[in-house]
Design a protein around this ligand. Sequence first.
Ligand code: 5GP
Length: 124
Amino acid sequence: MPYSYDDQNIFAKILRGEIPNNTVLETEHTLAFNDIQPQAPVHVLVIPKGAYVCHDHFAAEASEVEIIDFIRATAKVCEMTGVSPGDGQSGYRTISNAGEAGVQDVPHYHLHILGGRGLGRMIS
Ligand code: 5GP
């Protein structure tokens, strides 16, 4: 599926260092930083450094190295922020909005990690 990446989006600017961010974790292929308008005590955005619009674009075109790095960085952030249930903590939710129906505001692939409070049931 063809995707056109807009390199003027806010996360591209963060990756280029044009605007600041509150970095939680940086790896070779992934950056994680605190959301500017947190919806929970823990609200971290995890983004690949590559130019991917949304999840299926990333899944189709990123290398396996980038994908593994992204998944492991996401788990590391959960561990670092104390929400990983593997550590006996309270748990978390990941969300990735995609496209218009998914109400994706920033057209650079990102995963929201939300935790630090009871999140309620989203899908019944
Ligand atoms: P989306 O609706 O695209 O899934 O979520 C975009 C997220 O990016 C929102 O939660 C919003 O608060 C966050 N955001 C937008 N601009 C900035 C920014 O300049 N810095 C940071 N850290 N987060 C931002």
